[in-house]
Write a protein that binds this ligand. Sequence first.
Ligand SMILES: [Zn+2]
Length: 212
Amino acid sequence: MSGYDLYRFMISIIYPNRCASCGNIIAHNAYFCLDCKPETAEFEIDDGIINCCKYDGIAKDLILNAKFHGNGYAVSGAAKLLYDRLLEANSFSDIDMITYIPSRKTSIRERGYCLTKLMAKDIAALSGKPVLRLLNVSDYKISQKELSREDRKKNLKGVFSAVKYNFCDKRVLLIDDISTTGSTLNEAENVLHENGAKKVIKAVFAKTILKT
Ligand SMILES: [Zn+2]
């Protein structure tokens, strides 16, 4: 039993472990009951981004539950699926640290947490790699949801900056929860490179389709 497995076992004695989708009690080392596990999308690296699930059905409910309702089982379930996908991609042998797209202050004020940070922490615990916050984000004025692909890029210009921690020549895994055009991940990747990151692997739990 790994340290993280033991931790989950101890927690489950006090708080029984629950399915990330339906909430039924399950074994301490499981994340979903048999009927509820979201289907992972076919493996592909789309626009240089490793995707895990399509933004649809159970996977969509799962990530929205994690993002807007603070459901810890949903957070861990989504993180585990993304971890499995990254294992499949052999990503962990290629990185020194894990980081995430930080939520804007207004979102953290509304929700009380940053989902990508929680997911990155879970993936760090599962993989044994360190998680570090490498990026700051300023509040941009217009929600990305309302914008076209080109306008999304413009809206993000200059919103990310690097923290003072020195990650020069490091290989970084960059995590996001939901991505549509990939512009957020790409902009954050640019900032990491500008500040000396040697390699950036981008990964997202769910990829949506832009309808405009
Ligand atoms: Zn279930």
